[in-house]
Design a protein around this ligand. Structure first.
Ligand code: HDD
Length: 695
């Protein structure tokens, strides 16, 4: 069995790794002084290939060239079929409260223990090179390298899913990805195929409410929740089972963009979320989440108004409160994107003793799919040996050989039981993984439980739980998406479903689509219930009044007042914001007192969508100059229509007038520092009705 030292992990310089057999492998790293081929042969010339003469053909014998080009040609592996675009960070999980009463899993019982994690956030539909801010669910996958092996909690930032049974997964994914004949749209659900499938899949309606809410256009990956979605089981020493749902709650609170903002960010900075995370980690602003659980017994579950084994349903926090048991801090950016973020292989079937699966049919299908996809993507059953996937605890068994085998086990014994290797690995009934001894009976068949039949009640509950602003965004998102659908009958079918959810929502969307008649609602398989609204389902209710983790942009120009800039900068920084100065030229600005101000960005490349609040501190001369620059007009106009706080000096005020921006709450004099900071901590929701015709 490999010890921790023997197994080892790659050093940050990436140069040496100790294999399972104890031998050393050299791994090419940048810190070798001599450039070599992969065979270790020193290279004399990396600029010119071997040629017959100065103008002659290239020689086939040039192994340096051939090896280099061949390796390059093979550098890519298949991207993930879903969740291809992702950003991952190392960190740790620390248990705060023991669940020892419910489970034997050490990670959930050893208070104060810090377990290393690798967490990958992703969009679902787009390819690996797609933008960060489409309207899409965000994946939230955590690999815990526990003392008892790897535990993967592979969740999303939405607590429910589109479908109830894994057999429909290929269809829902095919429908949302680019249409197969034309190859577009990339990373967008706003097209016929998706809404055709959805309109024929009533079980998706609850998820539709979530994906049309602002949850799917987050401001930052540091400001999203995460959900394990399914019920899992915890098993204690006596084998008694308690159901559990896992929730991640961001310390920075929830925050989303507005749709118009997300669209503009996509053009300005396709890597907006990845860069935001990178910069936060670089600055030492480590994002943190609470891990909370909902615990309930089989008997309690039987009294719920929904079936907790149905992944299109959630258990409202008001019904089963959340219990915070730990925290996750992400504090180290990977050394190498491909080696870690691309090659990490999450799998819901990676589970540790003391945790077990439930009978959720979506989860059951997932237990097969992930290992299968990893074999295709990483190309070998030995992908668990890739350092990012390898457990950090001792591990060993009699599995051998295969493509890219990196371990060199010693000795003649490769089977178990055996008498020839008494020190070799053995099963351990006392500590090994055990499944819950569930009693199963009944008739085999392709059956959907009757308790899965209610597709609209929780969709209604979600819509009714939102603030009026969020309801308007949700209705407008539906209008936007369905307006991209060419087939009228699909638009009509969707509005028909909305009638079961909330007649008023259906009316708003029908008006927004200018439908001539209100479509009929399809037959519903179960009576739609009026469930108590749950404020925990809002985003606005979960926003934090804070500038922590947010960014303030200050627009300056030649002639700006340096003292005024400093005051705003200091006030914003003191409130926890990251402050960036923007000027027409990246080389800086010449201030009124003749001094030179260094800046962080050029105006044309750093629009206000990059910021949560802005200040415009320019002299009247600067205002005159900038009023002829559309990037400056857009800077203030977009900040205004994106409901952001704006601080202005006299010149800034003049620029607002050129942009036709009237006085409004949230627009304050730059000398009113307290007023600006208070306004900057939130969005000016009341402004929205004056800038946008929402459905
Ligand atoms: Fe999945 C990737 C989350 C249902 C099959 N899934 C994947 C990732 C996340 C999720 C976060 C990316 C992991 C990473 O960062 O590498 N998936 C979910 C959630 C689901 C869900 C929360 C429902 C509750 N998935 C689901 C079903 C199936 C799959 C029902 C198939 C039956 N998912 C996959 C996959 C992927 C994947 C094809 C693609 C890449 C990978 O696994 O590693 O196997």
């Amino acid at each position: 069995m490999a010890t921790k030292e023997e197994k080892g992990s790659m050093s940050s310089s990436g140069d040496v790794r100790r294999g399972n057999g104890g031998e050393l492998h050299q791994i090419a790293g940048a810190d070798h002084s001599v450039l070599t081929t992969n065979q270790g042969i020193p290279v004399s010339d990396n600029q010119n290939s071997l040629r017959a003469n100065s103008k002659g053909p290239t020689m086939l014998e040039d192994f340096v060239l051939r090896e280099k080009i061949t390796h390059f040609d093979h550098e890519r592996i298949p991207e993930r079929i879903v969740h291809a675009r992702g950003t991952a960070v190392h960190g740790y999980f620390e248990l705060i409260e023991s669940l020892g009463q419910y489970t034997t899993a050490k990670i959930l019982t050893e208070v104060g223990e810090k377990t290393p994690v690798f967490t990958r956030f992703s969009t679902v539909a787009g390819g690996a090179g797609s933008v960060d801010t489409p309207r899409d669910v965000r994946g939230f996958a955590v690999k815990f390298y526990t003392k008892q092996g790897n535990w993967d909690l592979v969740g999303n930032n939405v607590p429910v899913f589109f479908i109830q049974d894994a057999i429909k997964f290929p269809d829902v994914v095919h429908s949302v990805k680019m249409e197969p004949d034309r190859g577009f749209p990339q990373s967008a659900s706003a097209h016929d195929n998706f809404w055709d499938f959805i309109s024929l899949t009533p079980e998706s309606m609850h998820m539709v409410m979530w994906i049309m809410s602002d949850r799917t256009i987050p401001r930052s990956l540091r400001m999203i929740e995460g959900f394990g979605v399914h019920s899992f089981r915890l098993l204690n020493e006596k084998g008694i089972s308690t159901f559990v749902k896992f929730h991640w709650r961001p310390k920075l609170g929830l925050q989303s963009t507005l749709w118009d903002e997300a669209v503009k960010i996509a053009g300005t900075d396709p890597d907006f979320h990845r860069r935001d995370m990178f910069e936060a980690i670089e600055k030492g602003n480590y994002p943190e989440w609470e891990l909370a659980v909902q615990l309930f017994t089989q008997e309690e579950a039987e009294k719920f108004p929904i079936d907790h084994l149905d992944a299109t349903k959630l258990i409202p926090e008001e019904l089963v409160p959340l219990k915070v048991i730990g925290r996750m801090v992400l504090d180290r950016w990977p050394d190498n994107f491909f080696a870690e973020t691309e090659q990490v292989a999450y799998c819901p079937a990676n589970i540790v003793p003391g945790i077990d699966f439930s009978n959720d049919p979506l989860l059951q299908g997932r237990l097969f799919s992930y290992l299968d996809t990893q074999l295709k993507r990483l190309g070998s059953p030995n992908f668990h040996q890739i350092p990012i996937n390898a457990p950090k605890c001792p591990f060993g068994n009699m599995q051998r050989d295969g493509h890219m085998q990196m371990m060199q086990p010693k000795g003649r014994v490769n089977y178990e039981p055996n008498s020839l290797s008494p020190d070799g690995p053995r099963e351990d009934p006392a500590t090994g993984f055990r499944s819950f001894g569930a009693h199963e009976s009944g008739e085999k068949g392709r059956i959907r439980a009757e308790s899965f039949a209610d597709h609209y009640s929780q969709a209604r509950q979600f819509y009714r739980s939102q603030t009026e602003y969020e309801q308007a965004h949700l209705a407008s998102a539906l209008v936007f998406e369905l307006s991209k659908v060419e087939h009228l009958h699909i638009r009509q079918a969707m509005v028909g479903h909305l009638r079961h959810i909330e007649e008023n929502l259906a009316k708003r969307v029908a008006d927004g689509l200018a439908l001539e008649n209100m479509p009929h609602a399809p037959a519903a398989a179960a009576v739609v219930q009026d469930m108590e609204p749950s404020p925990a389902l809002q985003i606005i209710g979960k926003m934090k009044d804070t500038l922590q983790g947010r960014t303030v942009g200050i627009l300056v120009a030649d002639g700006s007042d340096g003292a005024a800039i400093d005051k705003v900068r200091k006030a914003a920084a003191d409130a926890g914001a990251n402050v960036k100065i923007v000027a027409p030229k990246v080389g800086g600005a010449k201030l009124a007192d003749g001094s030179h101000l260094k800046v962080d960005g050029q105006l044309a490349g750093t629009p206000s969508v990059m910021f949560d609040a802005i200040a415009v501190i320019i002299s009247s001369e600067g205002a005159r100059l900038l009023s002829g620059e559309s990037a400056a007009i857009d800077f203030v106009h977009n900040a205004f229509v994106h409901l952001k706080a704006i601080a202005v000096d006299q010149g800034g005020q003049e620029l607002l007038q050129k942009a036709n921006i009237a006085k409004d709450t949230g627009i304050v004099e730059s000398s009113d520092l307290a007023g600006f900071i208070a306004a900057a901590k939130t969005r000016q929701w009341a402004r929205e009705a004056s800038v946008r015709m929402l459905a």
